[in-house]
Design a protein around this ligand. Structure first.
Ligand SMILES: [Zn+2]
Length: 196
């Protein structure tokens, strides 16, 4: 699997009929797996029902479309920074940062910025969680590294250090690489408790 995570923005027109999506109206979103990554569909529920498709969605969920809004008041500065950090990390796509990416997504979910839309176990046993930004509608497909509880605190501290600027991305990536000397083994050797 070449792409462990992906950002896909919500569309503003229906993927099938290409008419605009209506503010605050229900919509159906879906991700299709393609060799080049995930392709995202956003569409009117009727169009989803009636359109001819010869593929099965990787993930599919009901949502509500919100027309884009102008930048709001800047008071929730920390939270916006966390969202920006997540986007930056997703773009970097550095496997060493997988724990940091996941913990950051969970933190954003707890502060109601993201909502988990789906979780998929792939054939290799790994789990991908689909998070959606409640306001902006972007989708993040994130590898669940099945962190052990005893490692959770450490990763949280790294996230906090990144957000407060006391550590750089490069420093954290090095720490993460050092903490995980064994190259990613696809098979789980021990049962791992899921930290969520
Ligand atoms: Zn439509």
């Amino acid at each position: 699997m070449s792409q462990e995570w992906n950002i896909r923005s919500r569309g503003h027109v229906c993927s099938f009929c290409e008419k605009p999506l209506v503010d605050k109206a229900p919509l159906i979103s879906a991700l299709k797996e393609t060799p080049g990554g995930y392709e995202r569909f956003d569409c009117h529920p009727e169009c989803w029902k009636t359109a001819e498709r010869d593929w099965k969605p990787f993930s599919q969920w009901d949502g509500v479309y919100f027309a884009p809004v102008k930048e709001e008041k800047k008071e929730a500065l920390k939270k916006e920074d966390a969202g920006e950090l997540l986007r930056k990390l997703m773009t970097l796509d550095d496997p060493a940062m997988k724990n940091v990416v996941y913990v950051l997504a969970v933190m954003l979910e707890r502060s109601k910025i993201l909502v988990e839309r789906d979780a998929k176990e792939l054939e290799d046993g790994t789990i991908r969680r689909v998070y959606e930004d409640r306001k902006q509608g972007d989708t993040f497909v994130i590898l669940d590294p099945r962190l052990r509880l005893e490692n959770l605190g450490e990763v949280q501290q790294q996230v906090v250090a990144l957000l407060s600027g006391t550590k750089t991305l490069g420093e954290v990536a090095q720490e993460e690489e050092a903490a995980e000397p064994a190259a990613e083994a696809p098979a789980d050797e021990e049962p791992q408790s899921e930290a969520k």
